[in-house]
Design a protein around this ligand. Sequence first.
Ligand code: OGA
Ligand code: MN
Length: 282
Amino acid sequence: MQIRPTPATLGATVVDVALADIDDNDWSTIQAAFLDYGLLIFPNQNLNEREQLKFAKRFGEIEVLAEGYTTIPISNKDERGEFYATNSDRMQQLRGNEGWHTDSSYMPLSAKASILSAKIIPATGSSTEWADMRAAYAALDPTIKQKIASLNAYHSYFYSQAKLGHKVEVGYGYGFFEGESPLHPMVKIHPVTNKPALYIGRHAGQIVGMELAESEALIDELMSFACQPPRIYTHQWGEGDIVVWDNRCLLHRAGVYDYSQERLMHHTRIKGDPASEAALNA
Ligand code: OGA
Ligand code: MN
């Protein structure tokens, strides 16, 4: 197995390994690289759903994303093979994924890791991008570090989608901030590496003890600073590629593509550890 770091502060491409068939030695190497690089890209693995789930289970317990699904299709086509309408809930969810976020931060237990594999990719291309929130935190001005050290923010899917003009129906997401939305520290200490990372993203809006406008301005400022080279890495998908990333210290976003062409990804999400990923108010 060869691990090739990207030129950015995060991410590595892993080659000369058959992921469907790894032993415990390979797993130790992969696990250590996952903690170091935050993002691992395995080109051209062509895992089936069972193999993807088996690999995902190496990282921990699986988060159920929709009733009955441990791995879900992320696609712009429905089960009948029809493209979703532009204003459909599904397309609005997909467009939502184009904003920097960390998975399930709006849930009582946020995600540890996520796995995404490419099944069908538009001929004109499709990408996903990741940003390193450890490097971002490390590069912050000491006065900003001090300012955010003890700040907590509410994360809400209702909020992040509403900003895009998408009204999430009651019962799907969580309430709008105070009371119901999960609350997370803006600086997250990684439970394994102990490295601090900015923990924000598009679901974070309201900071406790601040006006909404002031909260949004601070989060915007931090996000624009954080999601810049050398802290970002873009992967152009090839069919059969599979990637895994650490949601505890990275943000990600889907690249815009030609929605008149089919894109099908398989997504598996690994649950956070209740000791470190439960919301402060869960
Ligand atoms: C996700 C996600 C990005 C993509 O599935 O959580 O953000 O490129 N996907 O599809
Ligand atoms: Mn996501």
